[in-house]
Design a protein around this ligand. Structure first.
Ligand code: HEC
Ligand code: HEC
Length: 545
């Protein structure tokens, strides 16, 4: 019991930062558990034992119930959709052991010290063996699919629960180095309510100077080999930094396989791009559009000196680089370009949609229809919120105080080329990197913030509208009748058990769309801090004349 109390108190600060009510509840539970152990050592009476039962079995029951009943924290932290992390497993096992000891103690009416020792002799070893075996089974089931075939990917409801646990258990090993920290005191994030401070690498702390330099670079076509493209060519502010195309074309005309991702709260993404569990740092990801050759995006490779020279000759950049990197004697280099761009991308935080205002207490922020859509979105029938979860509407979230990292990838049944689950070559999700069959078609669930602006949808832009997205989930997968991609995605064996189809009438579809539209943050897509500084300049000049 004391152990469970310590766990509760140790995870309390993180949750306090996230959702205050949740943090306070943990504080109360933890404190009560510690107080109880002191009381039990002094008075071993039936009322005290009963309180112990409530604090161990009761808390387990409460936790189970929260999976079924929507909690008041819905949206910013749906408890019933959260990921099982190690702290949770440890505290529930400790509480389980306490309950296994206390419930028989209460039932057997052994309040006296003699009864207690007799009970402990007979009951405690059994209780320990039972919980020990339970713990072992749980961990095996959570970490391995092969050892526990019953819970294979295509099975029913137990699958997704375990699928969610697995990354939480494995992630600490995969998680990138300890160089990550929340140390960014100098920078004022101006975070929306309920948003924890993002993670920032220690060697690239946020500063306003770097963010501003990154903004110029983001919009500067001189950052491409042939001077024709900038980051903005594929990430447009008015479209929440997506590009409205199915798939983009690089600066030299090469087509890309994947849809340009919206850049919305990227700072919180546990992994970057559509399906790469190993890519966790923006400083590494941004090298891809700049230097990548398969395919070429900005195409800077073998034009490095030329690009740097353009910036050195510029009237503005030498000063901006010097201010952003004051300790660097020759600051115009690619390390600093990448650091500045990463800082700018991290600053793209969006959390001021009508939905957020509604959650913050403005009951008029959402229409009737959007409110009904919200109920549907968070319902157990539609299941959306299990994959599009938490304050950023994605399973894939980390922040400065995370004690766990959730690098979750899911298959939502878009393709089934060979009836054995195949996705089109080159776009097979995590499978492209791991070659493991179970990773076929697994992609990162994107954030749904600003989703109304980021059509077309999915990793390959193959769904045109939100209405069609909903039809896709209603059918429990996509059927393609003919052509090279023909196949029945509903029967993809690697599809998540959560995408199993449901019925909605016309009104309900409209309601769900209204809810998704309520996630659009107008202030984000018009924020002058994120806009094209070159156009601003041009406008100023026009105004001057
Ligand atoms: C030619 C189009 C194109 C250009 C130019 C481009 N991007 Fe992208 N960007 C993409 C595509 C496509 C993806 C998804 C890649 C994938 O999943 O493989 C992406 C993904 C990203 C991501 C990952 C977002 C996430 O949520 O994981 C970031 C960050 C990003 N781009 C930033 C940039 C920056 C900064 C630049 C300029 C240096 C840039 N991009 C230039 C097309 C482009
Ligand atoms: C099993 C997890 C899972 C469930 C349940 C789920 N999604 Fe998704 N969602 C995903 C994944 C993964 C993708 C990306 C798939 C891809 O690109 O191949 C996605 C993509 C989307 C997109 C496209 C976003 C974009 O930017 O391209 C929308 C919109 C969406 N989901 C809405 C919903 C709605 C609404 C529901 C409930 C009816 C729902 N999702 C249920 C995992 C899920």
């Amino acid at each position: 019991m004391a152990g469970a109390g310590v766990v509760h108190l140790s995870i309390m600060p993180e949750h306090m930062a996230h959702v205050t009510a949740h943090g306070l509840a943990l504080l109360v539970f933890g404190a009560l558990q510690i107080v109880w152990i002191l009381a039990a050592l002094r008075w071993w009476t039936r009322p005290v034992i009963l309180m112990g039962v409530a604090l161990s079995a009761g808390l387990i029951l409460l936790w189970v119930l929260l999976y079924a009943i929507p909690s008041p924290f819905i949206g910013h932290l749906p408890l019933h959709a959260r990921i099982l992390d190690r702290a949770l497993i440890v505290s529930k096992l400790l509480e389980g052991t306490a309950a296994a000891v206390l419930i028989p103690a209460y039932v057997m009416k052994t309040p006296s010290a003699v009864g207690m020792s007799r009970f402990l002799q007979a009951g405690a070893p059994i209780a320990c063996v039972v919980t020990g075996v339970g713990a072992l089974l749980w961990i095996v089931a959570a970490t391995s699919e092969t050892l526990f075939p019953v819970f294979s990917v295509s099975a029913g409801w137990p699958t997704w629960r375990l699928n969610q646990m697995r990354p939480a258990l494995i992630a600490p090993a995969v998680r990138s180095s300890a160089s990550l920290s929340g140390n960014s005191a100098a920078y004022d994030w101006d975070l929306p309510q309920g948003f924890p401070p993002p993670r920032v690498p220690e060697d690239n702390p946020m500063t306003h100077e770097k963010v501003e330099l990154g903004r110029y670079l983001f919009y500067d076509k001189r950052l491409s080999g042939n001077g024709t493209q900038s980051c903005e060519s594929c990430h447009v502010q008015t479209l929440a930094f997506s590009d409205g195309r199915r798939t983009p074309i690089g600066s030299t005309g090469e087509p890309l396989e994947r849809n340009s991702q919206a850049l919305v709260n990227v700072a919180y993404n546990a992994t970057l791009t559509w399906a790469n569990p190993g890519l966790t740092e923006l400083e590494r990801q941004i090298l891809i559009p700049i230097f990548g050759e398969f395919p070429i995006e900005l195409g800077v490779t073998s034009h490095e000196e030329e690009v740097l020279e353009r910036f050195r000759q510029d009237e503005r950049y030498p000063q901006m680089f010097a201010t952003a990197f004051p300790d660097d004697p020759a600051p115009i280099n690619f390390r600093n370009i990448v650091h500045a761009l990463a800082s700018f991308v991290r600053s793209l935080i969006s959390g001021n949609s009508p939905y957020d205002r509604y959650v913050a207490g403005d009951k008029t922020a959402l229409s009737e229809s959007a409110r009904r859509g919200m109920e549907l979105f968070f319902s157990e029938e539609l299941e959306c919120h299990h994959c599009h979860t938490g304050f950023n509407f994605t399973l894939s979230t980390v922040h400065a105080q995370s004690t766990f990292s959730a690098a979750a990838f899911q298959n939502n049944g878009l393709y089934n080329l060979d009836s054995a689950g195949a996705y089109p070559r080159g776009n097979r999700g995590v499978y492209e990197l791991t070659g493991k069959p179970e990773d076929m078609g697994r992609f990162r669930p994107p954030t749904l913030r600003n989703v109304a602006l980021t059509a077309p949808y999915m990793h390959d832009g193959s769904i045109a509208t939100l209405e069609e997205v909903i039809q896709h989930y209603m059918a429990g997968g996509r059927v393609i009748e003919e052509g090279p991609f023909a196949g029945d995605g509903r029967r993809n064996p690697y599809k998540s058990g959560l995408v199993s189809g449901f019925q909605l009438n016309e009104q309900e579809i409209a309601d769900l769309i209204a809810f998704l539209e309520s996630l659009t943050d107008e202030s984000f897509v018009t924020d002058p801090r994120f806009s094209n500084p070159f156009e601003e300049k041009a406008l100023d000049q026009i105004a001057d004349r």
